[in-house]
Ligand binder design. Sequence first.
Ligand SMILES: Nc1ncnc2c1ncn2[C@@H]1O[C@H](COP(=O)(O)OP(=O)(O)OP(=O)(O)O)[C@@H](O)[C@H]1O
Length: 693
Amino acid sequence: MGVKAAPKTSKALKDDILEQKSPAEFFADNRNIAGFDNPGKCLYTTIRELVENALDAAESIHVLPDIDITIEEMSQHALNHMRGISNPDRIDEALYHDFESDAARVKRLQREAKELDRLEKLAAKKGETGDALDGKRRDLEARQAAAQGGRSDKVFYRVTIKDNGAGMAHAQIPDMLGRVLSGTKYGVAQTRGKFGLGAKMALIWSKMSTGLPITIRSARPRSATISYYKLDIDIQKNQPNVHEQKLLDNLDHWHGAELSLIIAGNWQYYRSKVLKYLQLIAVITPYTQFYNPSDAVQFNFKYVAEEEKQSLNIVFARRTDVMASPPKIIKHHPASVDLELIKRLAAASKDATLLAFLSKSFACVSRELSGSGRILDEMQAGVSADMTPAELGDTQLVRLHQLLHEVKFPDPSGNHLSPAGEYNLRLGIMKEFGPDLVATHQGEARVHDGHAFLVEAGVSLGGSTVKPGINIHRFANRIPLLFEVGHWGWGGSDVITRTALKRINWALYKINQATDRVGVFVSIVSTKIPFKGAGKEYIADDVEEMQAAVKSALQACCLQLRSKLVKQAAAREQAQRKRALTKYVPNVAAAVYAIVQGIAARPGKRPRLAPPEKDVIDKVASGDVTQKTLATRLMEHIERFDTDMVGVVSKGKNKTRRYTARMGTTLYLFHLRLLLACQDTNPYTSTPPPIPV
Ligand SMILES: Nc1ncnc2c1ncn2[C@@H]1O[C@H](COP(=O)(O)OP(=O)(O)OP(=O)(O)O)[C@@H](O)[C@H]1O
């Protein structure tokens, strides 16, 4: 049998081209992973990332944050001028025409709008929020505006954010801001930042959209100098590219950081999201202020448009200086470490024995467990107590990993976390939304994957800017989450949204989820938030402990509201009852007075009466009791009866109604007899007469 000839097509056998990408290149190619989807979203996420760094920096040195945010609009024309590029006139306009005719485009957009309306109606019917469709709606509106001759010109923005935080060490600035995946927040601590990515993504976007570098001014507390840098990032090499650096005199003893960069964006369609984000930051951190205490300002937000009338200057005023206690860095809990981490910790450890390594490197490993050598005895695998961690072999490390996950260590307590606090949350909600009622609750610390987490919730009712229905506001490590609600109809699911919409029976708490203006605020803090994606936009609904914690925090708020609502309803009913009865008092007093006066005017034909009725007739005859006296007595009776009713209202609506009806009958038929007595003293100071059924 002959050997088969190799196929002629040598093309298929050529080696595939092997390429490598730096982390910066990867994130530049996949910007959406980090929340940099389109120009509008890029502008929003840039502001968000820089504001969060500013807040982290101020809180890390326990200084009340003072943040200045300025967004300056810049046309392509102005940007070209800045970059020294001329703005030539177009020679051949036809080159710029679209292939789709204007009429066809308008028709297509109308079709898309109809489809979007249909999807939104469907979502509303299912009781789902329309957040998942928000982006689509905004995108469509942008295209509609462009089709109708709106502003289609690319717009650029200079974003400048200045804080009064810890600043950065001069030598570290290039790496911190010009090397993807570098940062100071990788430890086990609750921080807004986590990945060492956000500021670099803003820089990558500025490089991709305008090619301009970022400028940085920064000073550490008590530093005599201010570091000044102008740098960009070499995306292929993932390394900073410093254009200019110098040290300036710090004459004002300033500390903090000021970052300024120019990026493409779309303010028009992301304006509401940016303002909403700042409003929610003000809810969850209502304690920020200008350094000058007389200037009670939290955020100073300035939008400078090319046309003066479109500019904005918004101040989010501070309400309190009660700052949340700062989060603490803790050690790894044994249940949270993976094999790789154990290897790294063991290799880096300088401890002389394994016992010392276990008790010093991990949280919640008590002396009783590590000190007595019980864990080491359990390890077996040839391990002895006097070995150093660096001497552990691969199999021994695997065994240690297994043991750390199998032995029941106490849970982390959660006192290293920094929740906003019920006081701050309530204040923030009151200040930003002005609701009629608000209830807040902070749950107990719970644990997921060896990391403690805490859920705080607030539920509000009313507020002039709140839409009817359930309005959900989500926070994670005190960052507002505005996007990717994770709709189950549109992929994914978010634990807060899903719990509020599907796991709470609002009617049980006397809340109408369709018509009442309900604000739901849920904040989760942890050393590890199980975010889906580097954009940190939502927390998946697959962690049972978290579902349970969110649900119980919301239920606790709802219970508080329920009792307030019941009391309010009782007070309202009481007022209504009083109004209804009071209305008849003048007529009844006049009618009764006329009858009694008639009897009094004919003394011979008076019925045989005993006191107190006889006394009344005598008093009417002598003029001591007038129509006014009767009216006053009736009013006193209504007042007194209502006071008695306060204790009855909690017995249920039907009982209250029956009681009210009886009271009306009593008042006008039976009690009249006694009213007529009209003694000098009020007859009702004694026990009221029995009420006829
Ligand atoms: N305003 C600032 N003040 C002080 N340090 C800052 C400031 N901005 C950034 N930094 C430093 O630069 C580092 C990198 O910031 P970057 O935004 O890239 O990532 P991160 O905040 O650590 O994490 P994440 O990507 O999750 O936001 C931070 O860890 C911090 O040490």
